[in-house]
Design a protein around this ligand. Structure first.
Ligand SMILES: *Cc1c(COP(=O)(O)O)cnc(C)c1O
Length: 406
């Protein structure tokens, strides 16, 4: 393999150019135009959301949702700890504080019991959060029945960060449509992409009208430029929405390919005692955006970083799981609620043990075989070098890195 095998790359269908050309031919380059309207319609139909606003990014969509819930300086917002930084950054844009909630082991997503404890404490102190941001990681839905019930009992609105889970379902319902707001991302590494972009969906269509208003500089209706609120420039361009239209047409196909990757790795890893796959929660269907594994670190003596480095020698890109946000220097002073008090936090353990494998919908069968063979080889080498010299297991790295596996 001389071509690098990457984690997750854009996968165009070929029809994207037609929609872009249409925009050029009619000179609907900007702003907005038919591609945006059609793309929003497709997302609405696909997810069953009540209303959709296409935006410049998933991050912008979270920012808009928080603004619409009137989050401001000194307010509190709760957020999953185990996620990408973009889930929480918009809270800081608005000058609010954040409390991070641990994961539970069955979905790797927000722990209902930790959320319950955090909300009970907040209620006692009379500072309930203005919103709870629930993330569906790597395509796996969180336990929405429990989480929705808890939030409703405290009257706190939900924003679902479904940036990674477009097309995933929980009890037959699309992720992103349970909360008051849901957001999707069409960044380059996501399940489908517009090269950069996002969408905000809401239960209340009036909220989406307000979102569109805020996303287009909050221009009031007047003969001159009139502004009574601070707005943003957050709408998706008509050119990028053209890419999105063609991508939505192949979304089911892209999901099927990523699910097949996950099944392939599951089968190949079955006999590797050191490896277990990310669990799939019953009654939910994951789009398997990324196939994540867990290593038995005590058994192998290898950390995910060691495996990542060795896979790199085979020209294969892997990535450790998200570093929990309460451990990030920018969020160091924020509070955190663990799944089980007195135990290691679930998300910290996952960060210590987990790794994402190449997961693109455009991976070939040969590439998948190569990845699993490399993984198997790494554990075999490790076992041998542990036996032979009780050393650091890195002795054979250079030779085997160039060895033909297939
Ligand atoms: C990608 C991602 C985002 C941000 O989306 P952008 O479109 O890149 O701004 C937010 N949350 C999660 C969980 C993501 O993976």
């Amino acid at each position: 393999m001389n071509k690098a095998i990457l984690l997750s790359t854009p996968h165009m269908s070929g029809k994207e150019q037609d929609y872009i050309r249409e925009a050029f031919d009619t000179n609907w380059i900007a702003p907005l135009g038919i591609n945006v309207t059609e793309f929003e319609q497709q997302i609405k139909q696909y997810t069953g959301a009540k209303a959709v606003c296409a935006t410049s990014s998933g991050t912008a969509s979270i920012h808009l949702a928080l603004r619409l819930l009137e989050v401001g300086y000194g307010d509190m917002v709760f957020c999953s700890a185990f996620t990408f930084i973009a889930s929480a950054n918009p809270i800081k844009y608005l000058g609010a504080d954040v409390t991070f909630i641990d994961s539970e082991p069955e979905t790797w997503n927000m722990s209902p019991q930790a959320l319950e404890r955090a909300l009970a404490d907040a209620k006692k102190e009379q500072c309930l959060p203005k919103a709870v941001i629930i993330v569906h990681l790597y395509g796996q839905s969180a336990k929405m029945d429990e989480l929705v019930t808890i939030c409703e009992s405290y009257g706190v609105p939900i924003i679902e960060d479904a940036a990674e889970s477009l097309g995933s379902t929980y009890k037959g319902q699309q992720t992103g449509t349970f909360g008051d707001f849901g957001i999707f991302s069409f960044n380059g590494n996501k399940i489908i992409t517009t090269s950069g972009g996002g969408a905000l969906v809401a239960k209340d269509p009036a909220m989406i009208e307000k979102a569109i208003f805020l996303a287009t500089q909050a221009k009031e209706e007047a003969l001159h430029y009139q502004h009574e609120k601070i707005g943003y420039n957050y709408r998706m361009s008509n050119i990028l929405a053209g890419i999105g239209r063609a991508q939505m047409e192949v979304l089911d196909n892209r999901i099927a390919a990523r699910q097949a990757n996950f099944r392939f790795y599951t089968e190949k890893c079955q006999h590797l005692q050191e490896v277990s796959m990310m669990p799939e929660f019953p009654n939910s269907v994951s789009n398997h955006w990324l196939s994540a594994i867990r290593l038995d670190v005590t058994k192998t003596g290898m950390t995910p970083y060691d495996v990542m480095e060795r896979m790199q020698a085979y020209n294969i890109e892997t990535r450790v799981l998200w570093k929990p946000l309460h451990l990030q220097p920018v969020f160091e002073t924020m509070s955190f609620y663990k799944h089980e008090q007195g135990e290691e936090a679930v998300c910290e353990r996952l960060f210590r043990e987990g790794l994402c494998l190449p997961s693109g919908s455009n991976l070939t069968q040969t590439e998948l075989e190569y990845v699993s063979a490399a993984l198997e080889n790494i554990f075999k080498e490790n076992e041998q070098s542990e036996k032979s010299k009780g050393g650091d297991g890195k002795a054979n790295l250079v030779e085997t890195g160039t060895m033909a596996l297939l």
